[in-house]
Design a protein around this ligand. Structure first.
Ligand SMILES: [Zn+2]
Ligand SMILES: [Zn+2]
Length: 374
């Protein structure tokens, strides 16, 4: 039927056309060459054209078939042999269906052509389990990001049988090794042959003749695996990271699940985190508060200097801009908020006491000192 047709040319689309463009082009042509619309003298021509564009759409509308066609041309689709395991139109009956007036809604046919759901792979094995693990990080690690390594005891693909559960296989007799079974379906355009995965071999086309001893035929085996996880800067208490494909391996060569890592933040000796800000309380002496000073305070990046202006009240909060944590979500950075607490000396030397008493006699300072000493 199709010798060396160019499917792209038939539909009048570029080789780079998207699925949507192909669908649109086919729809337009299908309307135009609908056999019911053919003039009396052109019936045959219309039918041929319609068959051709439908065939082109059935291949180009399916990602896998299109890829195959791009690679090998349409020879691979001729004859409808079981070899490639592809399904296509069965045209043997389509024209009589047209004539009997079964033509109906185009959308049905589009769904058929463009669903792309008749692939074989999707039925292989089961997806592995998602796993959850917890990791504790320090505030410093939250600020700079970190790499954490831990060991998980999880299902891994069996290497003995390469995840197949067996070492020797024979062709499945049920589907003759194609992995799929053909099913004929009546549609407004005629009879379609639709392929579905063979239940006997689960779409693999082969049946095992032994069972892998290492994994007892499961294809998976429980083993310790070291996992390295990158914690992004700005990670918070409760941050959940998803590491794709690091969950349990899937049985019968199914795809692996994902690993979720729940982040916990270890409490810090000095700092309290509030969103992306860091809160810190530092003691200062009352003379520092009165006279002003420059003090050293810790930050996550090391020591920094903070200026205490003369006349600073206790509980005053100073902001050190951008000395907080980076944000997980944007480029903003938090601040470090330093609260100073004036410490009242509990023991005084004789000299200190004399000086304070002297100070106490100065009227301006009296109320201040009274407040401190009660
Ligand atoms: Zn089979
Ligand atoms: Zn095995």
């Amino acid at each position: 039927m199709s010798k060396s047709k160019d499917y792209y040319e038939l539909l009048g689309v570029a080789k780079t056309a998207t699925k949507e463009e192909i669908k649109k082009a086919y729809k337009k042509l299908a309307m135009q060459y609908h056999p019911d619309r053919a003039p009396e003298d052109k019936k045959k021509e219309y039918e041929e054209k319609f068959k051709d564009i439908s065939e082109a759409a059935s291949v180009l509308g399916d990602d896998k078939k299109r890829q195959h066609y791009d690679q090998f041309g349409n020879a691979s689709f001729n004859g409808g042999g079981a070899g490639a395991g592809y399904s296509g139109f069965d045209y043997s009956d389509i024209m009589s269906q047209f004539r009997s007036g079964m033509f109906g809604d185009f959308e049905d046919i589009f769904d058929h052509l463009f669903s792309g759901s008749n692939g074989r792979r999707s039925t292989h094995g089961q997806r592995g389990d998602d796993l959850l693990t917890e990791v504790e990080i320090t505030l410093e690690e939250a600020a700079s990001g970190a790499t954490k390594t831990f060991t998980l005891n999880k299902l891994e693909r069996c290497e003995e049988c390469n995840g197949r559960g067996a070492r020797s296989f024979e062709h499945c007799h049920h589907c003759k090794g194609t992995g799929s079974l053909k099913r004929t379906q009546r549609t407004p355009f005629g009879l379609f042959q639709q392929t579905s995965p063979c239940p006997e071999c689960r779409g693999t086309g082969e049946i095992s003749t032994d069972s892998c001893k290492a994994c007892h035929g499961e294809g998976v085996i429980r083993r310790k695996k070291e996992i390295e996880v990158t914690i992004p800067p700005g990670a918070e208490e409760g941050t959940r990271l998803r590491i794709r494909n690091e969950g349990g391996a899937g049985a019968q060569n199914g795809p692996p699940g994902d690993l979720y890592v729940h982040v916990h933040l270890r409490p810090h000796k000095y700092f309290v985190r509030k969103m992306n800000d860091l809160l810190l309380t530092v003691p200062i002496s009352f003379t520092q508060a009165v006279l002003g000073d420059e003090i050293e305070v810790p930050t996550l990046e090391g020591k920094a200097t903070l200026k205490i202006p003369p006349g600073t009240q206790s509980e005053t909060v100073f902001k050190m801009t951008d000395k907080g944590l980076p944000s997980l979500h944007d480029h903003e950075r938090g601040d470090q908020l330093v609260k100073v607490k004036i410490q009242v000396p509990q023991k005084l030397t004789k000299k200190q006491k004399e000086l304070i008493l002297q100070l106490n006699e100065e009227k301006a300072s009296k109320s201040f000192l009274e407040r401190i000493f009660g």
